[in-house]
Write a protein that binds this ligand. Structure first.
Ligand code: NAG
Ligand code: NAG
Length: 457
């Protein structure tokens, strides 16, 4: 991980000159110079008339050093990501403008944001600060009519504007993924353009993807403008960036797959749910191919298990209903649902739903395979197969005893030592042992296969 991060940093520095040329024809981009316009003493003196001090908030914003061909719409769009722009006063001769926001909070977000990300309009940084005016009173001069018309145009097309306004959520597809890309590496790259609030990484259609949320549309837009088409590493891991339709990401766990930086208190999503899912999937896999398992949110002791077909569901129910697992009887009924829905993208369900459609646990992929004739009800005697030559009786007895089972008897099949029967203390122990050791890696590319036996030793 550390190595990956270092490489990201180096490449980012190298790529930064290209970033400017690649966006030179766009009307304005945010620069990451980090230069605070208010720290420029020379300018401050010149505009003394309107400066009380940088920290006195007002919903009126004073913008300076605008290019002489600035348009009303361009000035308004500086404010739009932070809230409603309620008034505008253009002072074109002075290369200045005043922008009134609907709330002081919106104005504070705006000034805070542009103090670290100086807005660049046609290659020129413009300076943004609070005005000492508390509201904007405008007259009916011809100049003002244009400003008012621009504002009206913006509010009358409000619905349209909202539809095309840049989302705060970006979808990032990483193409040509030769080196692994971590969540931390993506955060490091994207935080150059604003505070990354939330991020989820996942693989969809065999593509590594991420959804990433900024507090404002301006950051998302700046990141998209600068990073779309760039390589994370030399010659590979190309970023393809688009705006997501999602307005917010719903993150339940802080781990290497998802992170909510506004909620450091979130759990890491311990392995417990996964273990329960796999336990269900393994137990049910004796009687059919398990496709999905969903632990119910409000009733954590309940789960939906989707089998490959209804015959398998019936079979699993008839054999497992009433069997004891971890001291409690399993109660199994047919669900009214015909399938288990996966959570919508961007809406993690705390890992409650797991997909097993490509699981190595499947025993019934090939119709008519001999696995079909080896389906038996749960019993204290287990059938073991796929045992590698190096594994001896004691190894297997020790393995099963290690999970708490009482090993009562053991017998290799006579023909060779690839298969064996093992008898444990109870049917419950046998079910738990099967869950624990079916598909257990015994080395030499051998995964132990465990099923219930019809015979006893
Ligand atoms: C300071 O302001 C004067 C007058 O506007 C200008 O000529 C000069 O270039 C400015 N100096 C700096 C360092 O910005
Ligand atoms: C039979 O079941 C085992 C697991 O016990 C599985 O590994 C194997 O692929 C299955 N065979 C077929 C033909 O489905």
């Amino acid at each position: 991980r550390r190595r990956g991060q270092t490489e990201v940093l180096l490449l980012f520095q190298r790529g930064s000159d290209e970033l400017f040329s690649s966006v030179s024809n766009s009307p304005y981009i945010m620069s990451t110079t980090g230069q605070n316009p208010l720290s420029n003493g020379n300018d401050s003196k010149k505009f003394k008339g309107d400066i009380r001090g940088p920290s006195v908030p007002s919903r009126v914003i004073h913008i300076r050093k605008l290019p002489s061909d600035i348009t009303e719409a361009e000035v308004i769009s500086l404010g739009v990501p932070f809230g409603d722009v309620t008034n505008l006063l253009m002072l074109k001769a002075k290369n200045q403008a005043f922008l009134e926001m609907n709330s002081e909070e919106a104005a504070q977000n705006l000034v805070g944001y542009y103090s670290t990300m100086v807005p660049i309009i046609r290659h020129h940084p413009v300076y943004v600060q609070f005005s000492n005016h508390k509201e904007l009173k405008t007259d009916n001069s011809p100049n003002q009519e244009r400003a008012q018309a621009a504002l009206r145009a913006l509010s009358s097309s409000h619905v349209d504007t909202a539809a095309v306004a840049p989302s705060t959520v970006l979808r990032v597809v990483v193409e040509n993924l030769i080196y692994p890309v971590t969540l931390d590496a993506l955060c490091q790259i994207f935080s150059k353009f604003g505070t990354v609030l939330r991020i989820i990484i996942f693989t969809k259609n065999n593509q590594f993807q991420a959804l990433l949320q900024y507090p404002d549309g301006a950051s998302a837009q700046a990141a998209k403008l600068s990073l779309d088409g760039q390589n994370i590493y030399n010659g590979c891991c190309t970023l393809r960036i688009s705006f997501s339709k999602l307005t917010s990401l719903n993150v339940k766990y802080n781990n290497e797959k998802s992170r909510d930086f506004t909620r450091p208190d979130l759990p890491t999503g311990d392995s417990q749910p996964t273990m329960e899912h796999t336990a269900m999937a393994t137990a049910f896999s004796v009687y059919g191919d398990v496709m999905r398992v969903k632990i119910l949110f409000n009733k954590k002791e309940n789960a939906l298990v989707q089998m490959s077909d209804s015959t398998q569901a019936q079979l699993a129910m008839s054999h497992l209903n009433g069997q004891r697992l971890h001291g409690k009887p399993l109660r199994i009924t047919l669900s009214k649902h015909t399938s288990v829905q996966l959570p919508r993208e961007g809406h993690e369900d705390q890992g409650l739903t797991k997909d097993y459609s490509n699981s190595p646990l499947h025993r019934f992929k090939k119709p008519g395979s001999k696995n079909y004739s080896n389906i038996f009800p749960p019993s204290a005697t287990l059938h073991l197969s796929n045992i590698p030559p190096s594994v001896v009786e004691d190894d297997l007895k020790m393995l099963f005893a290690s999970s708490g089972a009482v090993v009562k008897a053991f017998k290799f099949f006579q023909k060779d030592h690839k298969m064996a029967l093992i008898q444990v203390g109870s049917v419950e122990e046998a079910i738990e042992s099967l869950i624990e050791f079916h598909n257990h890696d015994l080395g030499e590319n051998h995964h132990l296969r465990v099923s219930f036996s019809k015979s006893s030793i």
